[in-house]
Design a protein around this ligand. Structure first.
Ligand SMILES: [Zn+2]
Length: 221
């Protein structure tokens, strides 16, 4: 695990996930520090948890976990973190039936076993009201996918809304996504105009106002 501070209040922890024997992808988990308090954005998988726990404690006191969505590589570490820290965990209301194993994700057959069924609470306006963090619903990759924006630092934590390179936006894995809905959700970057776009599995990308137009041109059906 490698942790780097990407702005005054935001830290990015990078882990590697073995998808197959020769394919490894980065997985980013972000820590937002607000005074002494630390908010954990996504959790990765269980085998990341020991390193992640150390990283959190090295910068402050954990207060809550905020999920972008409930796919395994974002949620499977949650049970261990909650057990250790005894903190609340939030995701968008629209994501909860999948996280709770009540319905399979669209285009999937099996119910999820997230380890945190009926533990995750719905994000509400007041959940983040005391923080310089906003969430925005960005469905497509999953029905209740959200992105988080640190307003003061102008950092957008975009989860799986995009896979970013150093220069461009690309869509997430298409298999389980409603690709056009996901591309429409990506318009959020032109509304927010962040300084930096940080995705779960890509490179950190400085915003400019041509990115989204090019992305639509390249990928929209
Ligand atoms: Zn995902």
């Amino acid at each position: 695990m490698n942790m780097k501070q990407i702005s005054e209040h935001v830290f990015q922890c990078e882990f590697e996930l073995d998808v197959t024997v020769d394919i490894r992808i980065p997985v980013h988990i972000w820590l937002i520090r607000n005074g002494e308090d630390v908010y954990i954005i996504d959790t990765g998988i269980e085998c990341f948890s020991d390193d992640l726990i150390k990283a959190v404690l090295s910068i402050g006191t954990p207060k809550a976990i905020l999920l972008t969505h409930g796919h395994n590589d974002h949620i499977k570490g949650a049970a261990k973190l909650i057990e250790k820290f005894n903190i609340p965990i939030y995701a968008h209301q629209k994501e909860l039936i999948y996280i709770n194993g009540e319905a399979p994700y669209p285009k999937k057959n099996d119910l999820e076993n997230t380890g945190v069924a009926n533990v995750v609470e719905p994000l509400k306006e007041q959940t983040l009201a005391h923080l310089p963090i906003q969430y925005y619903l960005t469905p497509g990759h999953s029905p209740g996918h959200v992105v988080y924006y640190h307003e003061k630092d102008q950092i957008l934590l975009s989860g799986d809304l995009f896979i970013t390179s150093h220069e461009d936006l690309h869509p997430p894995i298409r298999k389980f996504s409603d690709i056009n809905e996901n591309i429409d959700s990506g318009a959020i970057i032109d509304k927010i105009k962040p300084t930096l776009i940080c995705s779960s599995h890509g490179k950190n990308l400085p915003y400019d106002d041509r990115l989204y137009k090019k992305y639509v041109w390249n990928y929209r059906d």
